[in-house]
Design a protein around this ligand. Structure first.
Ligand code: LLP
Length: 434
């Protein structure tokens, strides 16, 4: 469930112990707030739930969900490792002083420069995604005179029920080697033959925003089927099994995502059931949650500016952000819940659809929210915006990106400052003939 809002005596929404209305005055709108304790608690829940059930576990935070230097520090302090997918995410971890021996490098098209950076920083693992990458990484590691540890990403042909754009375990995917047609086995052989690569394990990520955790049981079963084939063919059993991320969260009040505990229990049961077919001890088990660490820990606060009532059709309230800070409505038809932060205790009496300020019909934040009569100057808080919001933000229409403020125990601290017009203009050059 979306957490019940905490409302103070003035009828203001509070978040992380702070009055959201005061924060909007102090930092301006639109504004993203991240609840530090909620993030830390989720990190601890993941570790506790898995470490209590399996002999050897590593929880990696998927930085693509939301990353900045401060976030790296929190992840480090909570003892999680980090999954990066680009040179930019790696550079963020380096700048934050994140331990490189806890960094995993993913991506279906890592550039030569990115591979070199990973080698130079001695990151923990490269997760190999293609035959090209096997050759490229082996050559670069040989050139650097080092041996690098790798996992191979495989696609077992599992389609969890989620939006098709965020399904990743199927055979027809740009990610990984499919197990059904021999490509994954071939990748194992190639990596084993590569002099500068050391094969540590197998990786699989079936998709994102998954509510049916049975898909993870199917994932484990399918991976063990594949690994039995690998063992029979080449005599190799992985010491590491990386099961990816994907646990869903609540966006709407009635959403009931699985708990981390239920997810961990299912994974542990599936491993205890299937792994014995391979013989030997359980592997080091890894998971890579992103959304379920930060998603519900974030809210976005907007000011309502223009209210337009089309009689008998719809009331539109336009806010000072939009698809520049929330791409998910346009991209995945995602649905959100929100309330007025400045009149949080008032009874909803009407349905209002929240539009962004970009020049695009699809630029919507929420459809048919139940709200009290909205007025210019009201503040709207939208829930569950911590993951894949700031991370996917843009400067469309030359809008500056919003700031991110970390709230904790009544204190508010800037994590990312608001962009200025100077920032937006900073990359423009003026060709001399213009
Ligand atoms: N590991 C790998 C290899 C991944 O590709 C992903 C997400 C994760 C872990 C983390 O998954 P999570 O726990 O966050 O579901 N922009 C989309 C989500 C894209 C997910 C991409 N990969 C959205 O806003 O729904």
């Amino acid at each position: 469930m979306v957490r019940a809002p905490i409302i103070d005596a003035h009828g203001h929404l509070t978040f992380g112990g702070c009055d959201v209305v005061s924060l909007a005055e102090q930092f301006g709108t639109p504004l993203m707030l991240l609840d530090e304790q909620a993030v830390r608690q989720r990190c601890q829940e993941y570790r506790q739930a898995l470490e209590s059930r399996l002999p050897s576990v590593r929880v990696l935070y998927a930085g693509k969900a939301f990353l900045c230097k401060g976030m790296c520090r929190i992840i480090d302090a909570e003892g999680l490792s980090l999954d990066v997918v680009s040179g930019g995410e790696l550079a963020t971890a380096v700048a934050a002083g994140f331990p490189m021996n806890r960094v995993w490098f993913h991506g279906n098209n890592k550039s030569e420069a990115e591979l070199r950076a990973g080698i130079a920083h001695r990151i923990a693992r490269f997760v190999i995604d293609s035959t090209d990458e096997i050759e490229r990484l082996d050559a670069l590691a040989t050139e650097a005179g080092v041996r690098v540890d790798v996992q191979i990403r495989v696609t077992p042909g599992i389609k969890p029920s989620t939006h098709s754009y965020i399904q990743t375990g199927q055979i027809d995917s740009k990610f990984g080697f499919s197990v059904g047609n021999g490509l994954a086995l071939d990748a194992v052989r190639r990596v084993q033959a590569a002099p500068s690569l050391c094969l540590r394990g197998i990786h699989c990520h079936i998709g994102s925003q998954i509510h049916e955790i049975a898909s993870y049981g199917a994932e484990v079963a399918a991976l063990v089927d594949f690994l039995v084939l690998v063992k029979d063919s080449v005599g190799w059993v992985p010491e590491e099994l990386n099961l990816g991320g994907g646990l869903g969260i609540a966006y709407l009040p009635h959403d009931q995502p699985p708990t981390v505990d239920a997810y961990a229990s299912l994974l542990a049961c599936a491993l205890h059931e299937h792994w014995p077919r391979l013989g030997g001890p359980l592997p080091v088990v890894m998971v890579e949650p992103g959304r379920s660490i930060v998603g519900e820990a974030g809210i976005t606060v907007y000011a309502i500016d223009t209210v337009k009532d089309i009689p008998g059709v719809r009331i539109y309230a336009s806010v000072d952000g939009g698809m520049t800070d929330n791409m998910r409505v346009a991209l995945y038809q995602a649905r959100y819940h929100g309330i007025l932060a400045n009149r949080a205790a008032e009874r909803p009496t009407q349905k209002v659809s929240i539009a962004g300020k970009c020049c695009e019909t699809g630029d919507m934040i929420a459809w048919d929210l139940a709200l009290p009569p909205v007025r210019r100057g009201d503040l709207l808080a939208v829930f569950s915006t911590g993951a894949y919001h700031y991370a996917m933000a843009s400067n469309y229409n030359r809008l500056p990106r919003l700031p991110v403020v970390l709230v904790s125990g009544g204190e508010a601290r800037l994590l990312i400052r608001r962009e200025t017009y100077e920032d937006v203009l900073a990359l423009d050059e003026m060709p001399s003939h213009l």
